[in-house]
Design a protein around this ligand. Structure first.
Ligand SMILES: O=C(O)CCC(=O)C(=O)O
Length: 271
């Protein structure tokens, strides 16, 4: 699977893409495996707060194979290049709204989130909403849309009234977006199931390496010593290894940072 030039252009211009049915043939086993991750870890989601597991697909052998799946690899490689890096991801039972935010902001390097919502989600039932174009580096300082969390103060409207596109999806659809893009979700259930694969382009400059190392460091909040699980690495084919090795070479700073957070925080971060 390769994206068309028009799809790539759309992604570069607006910061996101929806691929209807990209994993429709696999969604039954994916959903079973999703539930198994939380069951294996004895996470009883009671709906009062978000439950999260990081890294997510790494927890189960079959989920790891998503990083070998031609449709997943084809999507990511189309946007980031064949030698893209896989940098983990989260599995979630969401509860309540997610306020407007971007997943950090990368002035160098290109970061892509691939997300699967495992239940039908619509505009008023917790689908991802995005502000097209808000990923643009040249608009970072100049476009107030990046302040959408302050919608009431800036524009006299609620956050859920901010002009945006609702990426409604069915199980088996795949949503992909640039980490810089402003996104949010409103009015979902207290058991909204979703998981992600985060990826970045292979780093070639010192600035890109530094940016990726900072991203790795931010995972101390999840108490991780490595970005990938042993299972993900030990079961990797040479083809999968291409997506792991640069991250493995740049995560030596993570264990000490995680040890510090572990000593200070009551539990790993939930997001
Ligand atoms: O679905 C949601 O509530 C938001 C997802 C999100 O913010 C993310 O994956 O970064």
């Amino acid at each position: 699977m390769e994206l068309s030039p028009e799809q790539k252009h759309f992604f570069d211009t607006f910061g996101y893409l929806v691929l209807p049915g990209l994993l429709a043939d696999d969604i039954d086993w994916i959903t079973d495996e999703f539930e198994a991750v939380f069951r294996d870890r004895n996470v009883a989601h009671d709906g009062t707060k978000r439950s999260t597991v990081v890294p997510f697909i790494d927890q189960r052998a079959r989920l790891c194979t998503l990083l070998d799946h031609p449709n997943v690899v084809g999507l990511i490689a189309s946007l980031l290049g064949d030698d893209f890096n896989y940098v983990g991801g989260d599995g979630n039972f969401y509860t309540g709204n997610t306020s407007w935010h971007s997943d950090g902001f990368h002035q160098v390097g290109k970061f892509l989130k691939v997300a699967l919502y495992l239940d039908p989600v619509g505009r008023e039932s917790g689908c991802l909403r995005v502000i097209p174009g808000s990923h643009r580096i040249d608009l970072y300082d100049s476009w107030a849309a990046r302040q959408a969390r302050k919608a009431a103060e800036l524009w006299g409207i609620r956050e859920d009234q901010v002009p945006s596109i609702a990426l409604e999806s069915q199980p088996g659809d795949v949503v992909a977006f640039n980490h810089n893009l402003m996104h949010a979700a409103f009015s979902g259930s207290t058991r909204r199931r979703m998981f992600t694969l985060n990826n970045c382009a292979h780093c070639t400059t010192p600035a890109e390496i530094e940016d990726m190392e900072k991203y790795v460091a931010s995972h101390a909040r999840f108490w991780l010593d490595h970005m990938h699980s042993d299972l993900m690495r030990q079961s990797a084919s040479p083809a999968r290894m291409i997506h792991l090795q640069q991250v493995m070479a740049h995560e030596a700073h993570l264990p000490a940072l995680s040890a510090k957070v572990r000593a200070e925080a009551a539990e790993p971060s939930r997001g």
